[in-house]
Design a protein. Structure first.
Length: 329
């Protein structure tokens, strides 16, 4: 299989196990799951998929010669995402607006219902081992540390959003090395450049007002549709398009649904107004504290060398809250 990726360029994938995992219908479904959620209303020309990102995490781990089982874990880490990705945290009561953790919480149980365990067993690989993030420090680490998942989605967002150029993307990757199972930048300059970029992405994309509106309106649209039995919870694990097509058959007869659909597509304007609002919505906030080599070749994190970054770490890790007022309700 040859795959041309916007970050890692053209890659040849030939390992039979990896190819079988990619061929699984449960992995192929990710081609039709938007990475951000639902972009047409609030993020035009921003569309990319969980499929791209999942392959990207695998390719990044492979590029840096991570253990093969870690590459597998990276490849399948997002299979349990629902339609509209983290909008599920604004749809189901088990979701969390502040942590966006629903997908992680169901990951093991969801995978058990797929053909992934059988594929892995055929190659004598234990699913429980693959699902234990403690085994794979390059693939996954808690914020504010760097991991392959975080590096890939941030570079992907930055390129698509035109926050960086392809040459700046290459600059970041060329300045990354692995030391003791940690992602480390070769110098302070590259670490600070990437950290500042990540902050911009968080402020403007991951936890900004547009994301809050996208999450809120898509979540409300899906909640209403579930309450009216236009869809079932099982439908949420098909694709974005299938869910929308099934729900929108009901638009002509349901004025509330039409209002929610219009809000989801940004046809009804909204503002953040703490004094007068219809909805309170929270967004997970992401901030990183990258490691780098100082002039003496010692590993430090950015906050040790930058007091200003230490302050940013404290403020930006707090989930953001918005008070949404729609012009009409």
């Amino acid at each position: 299989m040859y795959f041309t990726d916007r970050i890692y360029n053209k890659s040849k994938i030939e390992n039979p196990l990896i190819l079988k995992l990619i061929s699984s219908p449960f992995f192929q479904r990710l081609k039709y799951i938007d990475q951000a959620g639902y972009c047409p209303g609030y993020f035009k020309n921003y569309h990319h998929t969980r499929y791209e990102h999942s392959l990207g995490v695998y390719l990044l781990l492979k590029k840096f010669k991570a253990p093969f089982k870690e590459q597998i874990a990276g490849l399948i880490h997002d299979i349990s995402h629902s339609a509209f990705s983290h909008c599920i945290d604004y749809t189901l009561p088990q979701g969390s607006q502040k942590t966006h953790s629903h997908q992680d919480n169901i990951h093991k149980s969801y995978l058990a219902k797929t053909n992934i365990p059988k594929i892995l067993t055929g190659y004598k690989i234990n699913l429980d081992y693959i699902l234990n993030d403690k085994n794979f420090p390059l693939k996954e680490k808690a914020l504010p540390a760097l991991c392959a998942d975080r590096i890939d989605y941030s570079l992907r967002t930055a390129l698509i959003a035109k926050e960086i150029s392809p040459s700046q993307k290459d600059y970041i990757l060329k300045n990354l090395i692995i030391i003791n199972n940690n992602w480390v930048f070769k110098n302070h300059k590259s670490a600070f450049f990437y950290a500042a970029l990540f902050k911009t992405l968080n402020d403007n994309w991951y936890s900004g007002i547009k994301s809050a509106l996208m999450f809120l309106t898509t979540g409300n649209y899906l909640k209403h549709s579930l309450s009216k039995s236009y869809i079932t919870k099982n439908d949420l694990y098909t694709t974005d398009k299938k869910v929308i097509n099934k729900i929108n058959k009901n638009l002509p007869k349901d004025k509330t649904l039409k209002d929610l659909w219009d809000k989801m597509n940004n046809k009804i304007k909204a503002i953040n107004n703490p004094k007068n609002y219809h909805h309170i919505v929270h967004c997970k906030s992401r901030v990183i504290n990258p490691l780098f080599l100082d002039k003496n070749k010692k590993v430090k994190n950015l906050s040790q060398s930058s007091p200003s970054w230490k302050k940013i770490l404290k403020t930006d890790k707090i989930p953001k809250t918005y008070y949404i007022f729609f012009e009409t309700n």
